[in-house]
Design a protein around this ligand. Structure first.
Ligand SMILES: Nc1ncnc2c1ncn2[C@@H]1O[C@H](COP(=O)(O)OP(=O)(O)OP(=O)(O)O)[C@@H](O)[C@H]1O
Length: 256
């Protein structure tokens, strides 16, 4: 049986005043695909994520999620229906512990956000606490459960952020440069974590390093000045003359 189409972009454009940031992009993403989204600075990658996540509205064109046009759906509803994103910069509550950060996500998912979470609520929300602990254990991060996020290394913080996105039970996970600013060891940890995500989770990841995309992504999509200029396997994209031209022959390390 054919895999369902998770995301479909049809002639999608975004203008900021006279500036065309995304121009007439059409593409389909099927369930379970792992896509690397690359392109030089200002190519429109984050803007595309912003539109898919519902943080900004397209100027024209449509975004469909499992066949339903979601242009008018607010971002929080998109999150609830399974479109979960991470940001270029950490979006964690630095003064809270890892467990507390995770509880905020779980609470929102279980519709318990109307009651503010506090330590004393452990008795009332023991199932949420257990769930948070299980998630941290499952992903090998249990040792950080009671650490304040601000005291953790940047690499661990980014891992926690991905775990929190996963806790949101995404069907489509949008990762915005999850390895930016990381050492090789930290990058390997993040990629290891991403590769362990359930196969059914569809991923689009903005990434700057082709080496990271190779072996981890099925498909690479290239944006340049708001246009989709290449879409294929990492190998095809790496050998694409237009892509090579844009990156001036630096086909091994393509910067986002
Ligand atoms: N709210 C906005 N108003 C005006 N221009 C914007 C806005 N958001 C983005 N832009 C412009 O749109 C273009 C694309 O930006 P975007 O952040 O999507 O690119 P990017 O490919 O993610 O770049 P980078 O790799 O540097 O993050 C840039 O020229 C940027 O200045």
């Amino acid at each position: 049986m054919d895999k369902p189409i998770v995301l479909s972009l049809n002639n999608l454009s975004k203008y900021f005043g006279g500036l065309k940031v995304i121009e007439d992009i059409s593409m389909e993403v099927v369930a379970g695909e792992r896509i690397g989204l690359i392109g030089p600075n200002g190519a429109g990658k984050t803007t595309l994520f912003n539109m898919i996540a519902g943080d900004i509205k397209p100027t024209s064109g449509t975004i469909s999620f499992f066949g339903e046009v979601i242009n008018r759906m607010p971002n929080y509803k998109r999150t609830k229906s399974g479109i979960v994103r991470t940001f270029q910069k950490n979006n964690l509550m630095m003064g809270l512990t890892v467990q507390e950060n995770l509880l905020l996500v779980l609470q929102r998912m279980r519709n318990k956000h109307v009651q503010w979470w506090k330590r004393a609520n452990k008795k009332n929300y023991s199932s949420l606490f257990t769930e948070a602990e299980n998630i941290l254990y499952e992903w090998g991060l249990a040792e950080y459960s009671n650490s304040k996020v601000q005291n953790l290394s940047y690499g661990v913080q980014r891992q926690i952020e991905i775990i929190m996105a996963i806790a949101g039970e995404p069907k489509l996970l949008l990762l915005d440069e999850p390895t930016a600013g990381m050492s090789q060891v930290e990058t390997d940890q993040i990629i290891g974590l991403i590769s362990k995500l359930p196969k059914g989770v569809t991923i689009i990841m903005i990434e700057h390093d082709m080496d990271v995309l190779f072996g981890n992504m099925d498909r690479v999509v290239v944006l340049h000045t708001g246009k989709l200029i290449a879409d294929g396997s990492p190998e095809e994209v790496r050998n694409n003359p237009e892509v090579k031209e844009i990156y001036m022959g630096k086909e091994d390390v393509i910067h986002a």
